[in-house]
Design a protein around this ligand. Structure first.
Ligand SMILES: NC(=O)c1ccc[n+]([C@@H]2O[C@H](COP(=O)([O-])OP(=O)(O)OC[C@H]3O[C@@H](n4cnc5c(N)ncnc54)[C@H](OP(=O)(O)O)[C@@H]3O)[C@@H](O)[C@H]2O)c1
Length: 254
């Protein structure tokens, strides 16, 4: 039912983890894909090879999403190579896990640039392409429970995600009448490179089964990607400025 053939999607931070799953799922649905990374060129090439094997057009581009010039160059590259951009998935994030009391100006600036300011750079550059497409343009932003819950060592990332969610809602207001949807996917705990570095990760992963309502099944990156595909498709044209929580029900109870 979801058919994204003829659409072009850019997924930031799609060399690994949830971003990689989003790029592959969007390609399975028919979209041509731009894979973005900042350090993992080899992993990005491997994702691109999987997508090319599906028969989709694909390109990899290195860009630090926290740097305005990098983002402008990346969108210029998309315009040149594909001539269109219909879907932007804002997935890349960074931050490090530490107490707020040990957080420096440098840590704060890095997290805010990569996780939050990046959405301003991305949508300023890509809005003209998103507006010009055939059908509504789609922006999907990856956020987390740290926007409204306190998690150990997660203060800086949680604070940045709260800012990001609010920013996404305001982008929806600015772009909605111009033919673009901006929505947020708030994911529960998924086993990725970054969450494996969480202090106490083993305990958190072990506790997931009792929190989610799906038996022994664990939340996977592909579950999050499926929600992203829905919010990237015409099926969600009337969903605007909203947050879709994908966590198996973990956050609705103690
Ligand atoms: N995992 C979870 O449990 C969870 C839960 C809720 C929300 N989320 C959100 O989901 C998203 C993905 O999380 P993840 O766990 O999959 O992360 P991950 O495994 O650490 O992957 C992060 C990705 O972002 C890229 N990246 C980092 N900084 C970048 C920058 N400055 N410019 C461009 N790309 C950059 C990385 O590229 P390189 O490989 O090149 O470094 C990598 O592809 C994040 O927004 C995260 O907050 C995750």
């Amino acid at each position: 039912m979801i058919d994204l053939h003829g659409k072009v999607a850019l997924v930031t931070g799609s060399s690994r983890g949830i971003g990689r799953a989003c790029a592959l799922r969007l390609a399975e649905a028919g979209a041509d894909i731009v894979v973005n990374y900042v350090t993992s060129g080899r992993e990005a090439d491997a994702v691109a090879a999987e997508i090319a094997a599906m028969g989709r057009r694909v390109a990899c581009i290195r860009a630090d999403v926290g740097e305005e010039e990098d983002v402008e160059d990346m969108i210029g590259f998309v315009r040149e190579q594909f001539g269109a951009l219909d879907i932007v998935v804002h997935n890349a994030a960074t931050g490090g896990f530490r107490p707020l009391a040990a957080t420096s100006q440098r840590h704060f600036d890095a997290a805010m640039h990569t996780n939050v300011l990046s959405l301003v750079h991305l949508l300023k550059s890509s809005a003209p392409l998103l507006e010009a497409g055939n059908g509504r343009g789609k922006v999907v932003v990856l956020s987390s429970h740290g926007t409204h819950m306190a998690l150990p060592m997660y203060g800086l990332i949680g604070g940045s995600k709260a800012a990001l969610t609010a920013l996404a809602r305001h982008w929806a207001l600015e772009l909605g009448d111009r033919g673009v949807n901006v929505n947020v996917v708030e994911a529960g705990l998924v086993d990725t490179d970054s969450t494996r570095r969480l202090p106490g990760a083993d305990l958190m992963f072990a506790g997931r089964t009792s929190k989610t309502m799906v038996g022994e099944r664990q939340l996977e990156a592909t579950d999050v990607a499926d929600a992203v595909v829905f919010l990237s498709s015409p099926l969600s044209d009337l969903v605007q400025g909203q947050t879709l929580v994908v966590d198996g029900g973990a956050a609705i109870h103690v």
